[in-house]
Every structure is written in C-alpha cells, then in structure tokens.
Design a protein around this ligand. Sequence first.
Ligand SMILES: [Zn+2]
Length: 298
Amino acid sequence: MKSRILRGTALDGQVRIFIADTTNLVERAKEIHQASPVAIAALGRVLTATSILGVMLKGENDKITTRFHGQGPIGTIIATSNASGNVKGYVTNPQVMVESSIPGKLNVGGAVGKDGEITVIKDLGLKSPYIGNYPLVSGEIGEDLAAYFMYSEQQPSAVGLGVIIDKDYSIKSAGGFILQILPDTDENVAFILEERVKEAGSISKLIENSRNEKDIMDQLLEGLNPKVLEEYEVDYVCDCNRSRFEKALISLGKQELKSLIDDDHGAELQCHFCNKKYQFSEENLKSLMMEATNTDLK
Ligand SMILES: [Zn+2]
C-alpha cells in the first residue's frame, strides 16, 4: 500500500491536523541506505515529518528541508520534500548501533544526541530561502519539532512520530501526525487536545491498529467536528540527475577540475539520497573545465 497523508480540520478551522502513514516510504529508505534499526527509526521520523511539512507548503514549486544535528553517533539527518510531499533523506552514519535503556525501544534520542539544533529551510522561490532554527530538546525528533514550531514559528503544535520495526527487520509501521491550533484558540481546547494526544499513545501503534488515517483523526478529534480536507499519496523520490552533478563539478572551479583530470583521470560522484553513481571521464571533465573557464570569464 502506498504512503499517504490526510489533511483535516476541526472546530471550524481552529484546529488543523495532518496524519501520515509512511510505512512503505520508510521501508524504501531503509533498503536504499541499508540502515540499522535505530538509524531508520530516526530517519523514518524525519522523513515523515518533512513529508507532512511538504504538503503544508502553498506554492507548487516550493521545497522544504529539515536538518537535525546533535552530538550523537548518527551524525546529521537531512530530509527534503517538495510540495507534493515526495521526500528524500539520509543520515551521516546509517549503520549506527546504540544501546537502549528500555528493552524493545529504539534509542533514537541517544543516536541523535542533544547539544545541537534543528534547522528548517523553506525555499519559496524568493531570492533567498527562509531559514529557522532552534536547539534540540531530546533528539527524539517529534519533541524537537514541536519546540521548533512553538518558539521559532510561534505556532502551538503537537507532533507524534514513530517507526516500529518487525522481527525480520522490515518496517511494521511508520507514520506521524502534526496537530496545530490557531494561537487564539480557547485554552480548554488546547488542554483537551493535549490530553487526547497523551491518551492516544504511540502513533506507530495507532497506525498498526487502525483501518486508516481518518480513524486516527476521528479518535484524536472526537467531539470537535473533524473534517477531512484532502488526502495525498506520497513516496520516497530522488530527483537527482547528471546535469546537477555537472553543475557541482563546474562550481569546483578550473584548478580542482584540472587536478581531477591529471591525478584521478576521471571522477565518480554518488548521490547521498539514492546512492546512484555518476561517472565522469577525462573527456567529460575537460569539457566541464571549458565551461568553468567560460563562467570565470563572464
Ligand atoms: Zn539521487
């Protein structure tokens, strides 16, 4: 079954909610990166959140990137989504293993670490992108993102993200929700929602145990007149191509290209997001060097 995001609302627009089932998408990311259980749990949470942030974008060519950088052994986690919610991502150390203090629970916070920050980059087609950041709270991703929304964007939000891994290391379920209220919403509503979110428990369990995203929405927003506004199909998609890597090589400049030609007699570049390899022969590099020279002269 394809990965999906439901966009809904309640209390005549005072509450908005996004619920994602990303089981399939996270499985694909695990295969691409040959990721360890804790690495895919962390990356899966970030991919899910970023895909939801993608469908929140307004312009069809808008893009959003989230970056989680703590002092833990996983290194940096990066994910990018377009406005359709199609997402891609990677972590610095996909084979990372981290001991867990709670049996059966993957120690995502330990892998990500603290003493770092979350950075959100929105490319809205303007001259320069919007960049926001906030210190990491726990490295558990959901909590970090909720704090970012609250203090960096002044948007009260509840964020639930989860990945459950089966005995055979396949992804049993993955998904998440982002629930936001208008800043001037009645305090009681905020309190009710907070309690509901606590009661509901783990989002990956909810996904495993419910028929669809609408069920989960009805459960979280019961009595608040919830409505489905839209449903999206989302996937793990890498849009890399040869010309993007040519541009990257040209931007190295003439000297660097010359040393690639003289010392290495060619170059192989690999995409971080999908691991596809691009080969550049000496001839290819020479013509790129010509282009670099032309650019220098401009
Ligand atoms: Zn790629």
